[in-house]
Design a protein around this ligand. Sequence first.
Ligand code: NAG
Length: 999
Amino acid sequence: MLSFSFLPSFLLGPCLALAQSATSTPASQASSATSFAPQFTVPSEADEGATLLPNINDEDAPNAQDRCPGYTASDVKTSATGLTAQLSLAGPACNVYGTDIENLVLTVEYQTDSRLHVNIQPAEITPQNESWYILSTDYVPAGSQEDGQMTTSDLTFSWDHSEESGFGFNVTRNSTGDVLFSTTGTKLVYENQFIEIVTQQDEGYNLYGLGEVIHGLRLGNNLTRTLYAADVGDPIDENLYGSHPFYLQTKYFKRGDDNTITLVTDEVDSDEVSGNYTSTTHGVYFRSAHAMEVLLRSNNVTWRTLGGSIDLYFFSGPTQPQVTQQYQQVIGLPALQSYWGFGFHQCRWGYQNWSVTEDVVDTYRKFGIPLETIWNDIDYMNQYRDFENDQVRFGYDEGADFLNRLHDNGMHYIPIVDSAIYAPNPENASDAYPTFDNGRDSNSLLLNPDGSIYYGAVWPGYTVFADFLENSTHTWWKNEIVAYYQKIPVDGIWIDMSEVSSFCVGSCGTGNLTLNPVHPPFKLPGEPGNVLYEYPEGFNLTNATEAAAASSSSQSQADASSTTASSSAAATSSSSTSYLRTTPTPGVRNVNHPPYVINHVQGDLAVHAVSPNATHVNGILEYDIHNLYGHQILQSTYAALAAAMPDKRPFVIGRSTFPGSGTVAGHWGGDNASKFYYMYFSIPQALSFSLFGIPLVGVDTCGFNGQSSEELCNRWMQLSAFFPFYRNHNTLSANSQEAYVWASVIDAAKTAMDVRFQLLPYLYTLFYNAHTNGETVMRALAWEFPHDPSLAAADRQFFLGPSILVTPVLTQGATSVDGVFPGLFEGMEVYYDWYNKSAIAAPATKNTTIDAPLGHIPVYIRGGAILATQGMALTTRDARQGAWSVIVAPDVDGQAVGNLYLDDGESVAPNATKSVTLTSFGSGLLSVTVDGAYDGLDLPLANVTFLGVREKPADLAVKINGVVVGESVFDEKSGTLSVTGLEGALGGKVWGGSWNLSL
Ligand SMILES: *[C@@H]1O[C@H](CO)[C@@H](O)[C@H](O)[C@H]1NC(C)=O
C-alpha cells in the first residue's frame, strides 16, 4: 500500500498517461464521487517539520568523545551469575546532547553458555518525563539467567580503566580467544537524551543486519544505520519501516603454512582456495525501542540512542545458524505458519469492487495459474475506515458469497487493515463510526500531553491511533476484528501504515474534525494532475523523441533514489539554510526536537508519523517507544484473529516490525518500485529478515510503484517463487501486472510455481523447524559456507533451506547469469540442475556463467538432500491430495538425508503429526522411517528418482521391503535412475509405516 512517496517527482508527474490508467481512473473516481462530498485537502505544509541538520552531516557538532568525561567503576560485586558495579561520572558533566546522568549501575549476567547480558542504566529512576524511560519487559522480552548458577560460558566480560577515558569493557569468546566487542579506550556517554558507546573494530569487518534498510546484505564500513520506524517508499540506505537493533558479525581467518591464524581484513578473491580459511560468527542485540543510530566506520562501530538504557545481549555463535537460534531464544521463535500461506498471493491497490476482484481470481483459473489468496487494498473500505466495507462496491452479503466460492475452491482472502482509525465529523450524525466510539469510550487512544485525544491524518481524513500499551485496546481491537469476521470471514490480515504513519506534524486534526472526511495532503496515483508518466524499464519505443524522454526520466529516477545520501549531504554544506538546533535543558527533555539530530529520512521526527510527544494513556511518550508501534499492532492482530478463528493459526503480514515480530507475523518489503534493482534488493532485504527471526518474508513481486514490464515481471515472478512469502502487488493506476497479463509471464510463473509446489513439503518442514528450534529458512551463501570468505557479501544468489540454490537473473536484457556453486570448485559439493536432474560439472573457475534465457530461473539441488515432493495444483489444498515423489540427491560421498514434517497444515495444536526421516547411503538405496500418527497425507508414492548415478545398475529390479515393484529406467546422460509405477506399493500409503527400497 502506498506510503508518502519519498521523492514525489520520482513517480508522480505530468503527461504521458498510459492507456490503462486513462481508462481505469475515471471509473474509480466516478464511483467515489457518488459517496463523497467535495473534500477539504490537508495542506501539504501540515506535514512539514523544522529544518534540521543531521548530526552526522554537521561539521560543527560537538563530538561527545572529546567533550565528555566517561565513567569510573566502583563497588564491584561478583555473584553466582555475573557481577554488578557502580559507575560514576569521571569529571564535570559535558551535557552535549542531554543531561549527563551522575550514577549508573552496571549489571553483567552470564545467562546461558552462549549468551551474555550487559545492562547499564541510571542508578535512580526519576519520573520519566524529566529524564528517561527504561523499556519494560511487559512489551519486549528480556533474556533471563536460566538457573541462578554461574554457567560455564563461552563468553567473558572484562573491564578496566584507562587513564584517559575511564571505564571500558570487552566481551571475549573463550573458545577462540576472540575479542568480540570492546569499548576499551573509549568514553561511555550517558545522558537523558543521548547515549553513546564506541566499539573498536578491525579493518574490513563484516556486519549484517541492523535493519530495516534497502542495502546489500553486508553493511560495509561506511554507513550510518538510523533506526527509527518510517513510512517511506523504500529509499536506499535510509531508515525504513522496521527497527532491528541486531547485528551478525563474521570474522574470517586464514591458516598459514605454519598453522598460524591471521584475521582476514581484505576481500578474498573467489578463486582462492577456501580450504585455507575458517570463520567465526557472533551476534549483538541492543534491546531498545528508542530512536537509534549505528555508525559503521572503518575502525569502529558507534551506537547512539536517544534515551533508555544500554541493554546488550551477546551471542557467541560461533556460526550464523547458532547465533540466529541464540537470538531467537531471547526475542521468541517464529510463529507456526499455515500451509496455505505458502501458496501464491495476488494483490493490488485498485481492485475497485468485488466483481473486479473476483475477475482476477477467475482469470488466474482460466489460464491455469495457481492462485491461493486474493487480497484487497484500501479500495474495499467505506471511505478508508477500518472494519467497514463500502456497501456499494464491497457489500457484505456479496462479499460473504464471494468468500464462500473462494473457500470452496480452496482459496483464501486477505484484506488490508490500516493502523489509523477515522475520527468522525461531530457535526454530521451520518458520519458516525462505531469503531472510533469504542476506542474512545474504552480509553484506548493515543493522547496529547494535555490528555486530549491526539488527532493525526491518514487515508480517511483526521484520525486517531490505538494505544497498544493498554489492555483495553487489545480487547477493543479483538472485538472489532471478531465482529468484522462475522461479516467477512477473512483468512488473515495485512497490517499497514504502522510506523505509525500520520500525514501531518502533531495533532493536526485538533479543532478540525468538522472538516472530516478530508483528503490527504498529496494526490493519489491517477488523480487529476498526478498521472503515472514513466515507461517500464527497457521499454522498446519506436518514437525516438519519446524514447529519449523516457530514458532520461528513468535515469533521473535511478539517480534520485541512489544518491539520496549524498544529496542530503550536499544540502548540509549550503550555508544559507538555517537549521533548528536545540540545547539541553537540565532535567527536561525536548522530545520533539532532541539536541542530537538523527539522520532520519523524513527529517523532523514528527514528519509523516505520530509525533514524539504523543502520550500513551499510561504516560509513556511515543518518543520512548516509537519503534514498537508496528510490533504491538501485529501482536494484537494475531490475538484477535486467534479469537475469531480459535483453532486456526493466524496469518498476519505487517509493515513495521521489531525484534519478536516473527512470533506473530511475516513481513513484506514495503513500497518498492518496478525496477530491476529493487528485484535485486529483495534478496538482501529478505535474508536480513532471516537474521531478525522473521522468516515469512517476501516483496511486492513485479514491483509496487511505477510500471512493470513483461521482462521484469517474468524474472520477478520466478524469483519470488523461492521466497517464503510470494505475493504480486501493484499500486493504484499503474498498468496491470498480474501473472496472466503477458503470455511469457504465464509460462514463466507456471514453470517456477511448479518447482515451488514440489518444494512446499520441504518449505513447510523448514518453517516447522524455524518454529520449533529457530532454524534459518532463507540462507545467504556465506552462512552455508562459512569457510569461504569470497562469499562474505554474496547476495545475488541464495539458498532456500540447506538444499536449494537459486541463481536468478537480476539485470535487464540478460540471457545468462554469473554465479557460483559454493564448494563445487573445491570438490567438496555436488549440485544437480533442478530441471534435468543432472550433476553440474566442476567449473574451471569458481564464478561461472549460467545460461538463463527469459523464462528460466536456474535452481539447483545441493547434494546430500532427499526431497519428498508433491506436484503442482491450482491451490495448496489440491496439491496436498496428490501422490508423492522422492528425489535422492547424494553428496560427494554418496550420502543423502531428508526430513519431512506433516500435519493438517492449519491447527494451532494439531492432534496428530508425523515426522519422516529419509536416508540414503549409496545409490539405489533408500530407507524411510516414520514417527507419529497423522495420516492425512498417507497417499500413494508415484516415483523415486536417484540422481548422480554414474553406472547402470546390474539389476534394475527395484524392491520395496523386499517385494519387486514398479519400473526402473537408467538415463546415462543425466545420471538418473527413475523408479516409477509405485502407486500400488505400500498399500498406497507412502508414510503409513517405515520402509526401504533396494535394488
Ligand atoms: C580489551 O581488548 C583489547 C584488544 O582489543 C585489549 O587491548 C584490552 O587490554 C582488553 N581489555 C580488557 C579489560 O580485557
